[in-house]
Write a protein that binds this ligand. Structure first.
Ligand code: ADP
Length: 212
């Protein structure tokens, strides 16, 4: 469970399960505590979704388990809250420049754009390694030759669910997706990037219950 309930919160939960709907005052009575002492616990249980409250009726148990509440939370997370800044190179830049950019910007995937700044491809670490193995002149070789190209680039939009992006990353066996915005003539502008690291952050946030 993402939220670790205290013993008292578990106790409150049981009282409401058995006696709900029940007012805060009555819960306090049963525990021989004041209403004020109980308020933070009731607030936590309500915010977490275990309890619901109706004016003049009192608290009642929502019937949702911890994992149901967790699933509900995960299904609300969208790309815009977890994206990073994209790093792009122009399709005419050399493979050598792309390697330098990758080191300088400390990313594993570069998105490739044309002179109008629209998405045309993606270059990964392995693409660059592959190009570097031979005896080729990396400064004379444009990234457009070695990139994965549109329309085969998997993309996402800022309102997409993080869980859908995670699925795409697994399905396509890739490390990153560009976050795009469709502009004129169905061209794609790159506005962000979602990587496996962003997805990992979701997991860490969930374990700290930092998602509301
Ligand atoms: P690496 O190869 O460095 O481990 P990836 O697994 O992300 O990195 O890349 C695997 C292949 O998929 C590479 O050839 C790369 O060009 C391509 N690729 C990377 N990102 C995407 C994407 N969003 N859509 C389609 N192909 C991609």
């Amino acid at each position: 469970m993402i939220i670790e309930l205290t013993e008292r919160q578990e106790y409150i939960l049981n009282i409401v399960k058995e006696n709900g709907p029940i007012t805060g005052e009555h819960i306090a009575d049963q525990l021989s505590l004041t209403r004020a002492t109980l308020r933070p616990d009731l607030a936590i249980l309500t915010m977490a979704g275990f309890l619901d409250a109706r004016p003049r009726v009192g608290y009642f148990f929502t019937g949702k388990t911890g994992s149901q509440l967790l699933t509900e939370k995960v299904k609300k997370l969208t790309v815009q809250d977890y994206q990073s800044i994209p790093v792009v190179v122009n399709e005419s830049n050399s493979v050598y420049d792309a390697i330098c950019t990758m080191f300088l910007e400390d990313v594993g995937t570069l998105f490739v754009v044309n002179t109008d700044s629209f998405l045309v491809g993606a270059v990964s670490r392995k693409d660059l390694l592959r190009a570097s193995i031979g005896n080729q002149d990396l400064e004379a070789m444009p990234v457009s030759i070695i990139m994965s190209r549109m329309p085969n680039i998997a993309v996402c939009e800022k309102n997409d669910l993080v869980i859908e992006v995670a699925n795409k990353l697994i399905e396509k066996q890739i490390d990153a997706l560009p976050v795009v915005k469709t502009v004129q003539d169905n061209q794609l502008e790159v506005t962000g990037r979602v990587t496996k690291t962003n997805i990992t952050k979701v997991l860490v946030d969930l374990s700290h219950d930092q998602i509301d």
